[in-house]
Design a protein around this ligand. Sequence first.
Ligand SMILES: [Zn+2]
Length: 341
Amino acid sequence: MKVVDMHCDTLLGLFDRRVKGEQIGILENDLHIDLGKMKKGDYLLQNFAMFGHMENLKGVMPLPEYAFRLADIFFTEMRKYPDQIGIVKSYQDIEENMKAGKMSAMLTMEEGALCEGKVEYLRIFYELGVRMFTFTWNFANELAWPNRILPGALAPSGLAAPGKFVPETEHGLTEKGFEFLAEMERLGMILDVSHLGDKGILEVIEHAKQPFVASHSNARAVCGHARNLTDEMIRGLAEKGGVMGLNYCPAFLRDRENWSSPLSVSLDDIVRHIRHIVNVGGIDCIGLGSDYDGTNISFEMNGAADMPMLEKKLRDEKFTEEEIEKIFYKNVLRVYKEVLK
Ligand SMILES: [Zn+2]
């Protein structure tokens, strides 16, 4: 089954390891994602996020320089293997790669602060090929407020602790955030509300004129973490024709009090989220947003090569071929076709 995945942090994985002096690339590595694993997993398209951790970057280097360094890894690595993967900036590019039997790679930005509040920078990043843009990560920035993160919310393991994120119901998008929203829609860049606070997400639902995504967020009614979407948000996103990407991070799949250990989280939890999202927003609003290389995955689906496990699980759970196709790639491609120019 073809796979379209809206979010991974593999560029950060490569960047961090290179900073430590390792020779590491996209062809073959020990991360969740490399070209070999993608091929095994039958990937059609992977989004690669330029993620910035604003606290860690303070005083280290100018933010645009950091973004350029990640983008450079993206371009140089992908261009080394033109027979296997092609960079896409339009829906037509995706179709051409499919015809040529190649996988596709799309550049995205996770953390709007990398634009330093300048809409000009957003336009430059668009020209560079960024086609999906996440307003915030877990810190407030020039554009918007995320759900509030309390001290100690991120364990050294990278796992997000539940109960330490508080829904942000007071502050949403700033005036600048609304300006970015309008400019993204004008350009044909996909809005991503993952990490955004509750108020901000509801504002995007109200103001967006085009389908948008929550690239890597699950259902809050199934797992109460504030990174997940409430039923109201799922309905609003679905009504706009948008898609939410299933995130395999254990903390977003099952409430921590129901873990005996991270190992107790399993594919059954993903199925519970899918069933709930189908009931609330319908089958057309679900896609994939693995969060590979941005989180520790404790269960069997521990990398791009393992995607057939989820396909098998959904068949065993009596999902139809058409439903599995929609979840794995068709719904996200529908949004790309509609929004990308
Ligand atoms: Zn994220």
